[in-house]
Design a binder for this molecule. Structure first.
Ligand code: MN
Length: 287
């Protein structure tokens, strides 16, 4: 049975995160304002292709805390660097993913990689906040850096499905997760179509990274987000041109959400605790 289209959402007006990330927020502030609608995915910030001029100073976001969830950065164009107070650091480029589990709390900073900053160029990226089930919110931080070549690969006539997390058929994604979810990059050649099956109850959407697709006779152009109803399991997309789609599908957590700045917890008292712990230096140290 067809997983019914709910709506196609154009990119909300962009805003700057720090001075390096010009993002469209599709949820929870932009097109989808219900905090539970895409659970376990809580936030989707999309830096659509934007040309940054050369800069001697690396643009980005300086040291800030997180608790209670995971930040997942997917690079499409340009390079991003990361450092955190758990001692992890890395640089990701085109097709790579940084999957940082903040959990009980880290400080980190995120910015354009040095050479990319100096040369300037087109920057395109996604940042997701993946919520953690209550029982894992205070576990230890973790950092997974996943290069493009490590993704699960499901090849078919006319395209490639890269599995970042979860699985598709026999292809498994390298990212370890705390709740059942799938994150894929689907690459389709012009005129080709692909049908995928996703569980009915999983909250499901796709972001058109490049190109354009038709879905149930509706056109989804580049930089648009396609939201599906929780009805049916089967999605067919047909590429009008060479296309890349980011596909998100996950089992809802069904737990209360209290969000405050960089903290994502279940109860207000836990937010107060996070603020207190942050003020007392319990998130570690990062220059
Ligand atoms: Mn951050």
């Amino acid at each position: 049975m067809i997983k019914k289209l709910e709506r196609i959402i154009p990119p909300p007006p962009p805003h700057m995160v720090g001075d390096g990330f010009r993002v469209h927020n599709f949820f929870p502030s932009g097109g989808i304002q219900n905090k539970q609608r895409m659970s376990p995915f809580f936030m989707l910030d999309y830096a659509s292709p934007y040309n940054f001029p050369p800069s001697k100073i690396q643009r980005g976001v300086d040291v800030h805390p997180h608790r209670g969830f995971e930040t997942v950065t997917i690079a499409y164009q340009g390079k991003v660097a990361h450092h955190d107070s758990a001692g992890n650091q890395g640089v990701i480029g085109e097709g790579d993913v940084q999957w940082m589990t903040a959990a009980s709390g880290v400080l980190h900073k995120e910015y354009h990689e040095k050479n990319f900053s100096q040369q300037g160029g087109i920057f395109q990226m996604v940042q997701l906040w993946v919520n953690l089930p209550a029982q894992f919110k205070m576990t230890s931080p973790r950092y997974q850096e996943i290069k493009k070549e490590k993704m699960g690969q499901f090849t078919f006539e006319g395209g490639l499905l890269e599995v970042i997390a979860g699985e598709y058929m026999n292809s498994k994604g390298p990212a370890q997760t705390f709740s059942p979810l799938h994150v894929y990059n689907l690459h389709l050649n012009t005129g080709k179509e692909f049908t995928l099956e996703l569980p009915e109850e999983f909250n499901t959407g796709m972001l058109v990274i490049k190109g354009a697709v038709t879905i149930q006779e509706q056109l989804a152009p580049a930089d648009h987000f396609v939201l599906f109803q929780n009805i049916g399991t089967s999605i067919t997309v047909k590429a009008k041109e060479s296309t890349t789609l980011l596909i998100l599908s996950g089992q809802p957590l069904h737990e209360p959400i209290v969000a405050y700045g960089p903290f994502l917890m279940n109860r207000w008292e836990e937010i107060e605790q996070a603020v207190e712990d942050f003020n007392n230096g319990k998130f570690g140290v990062l220059d």
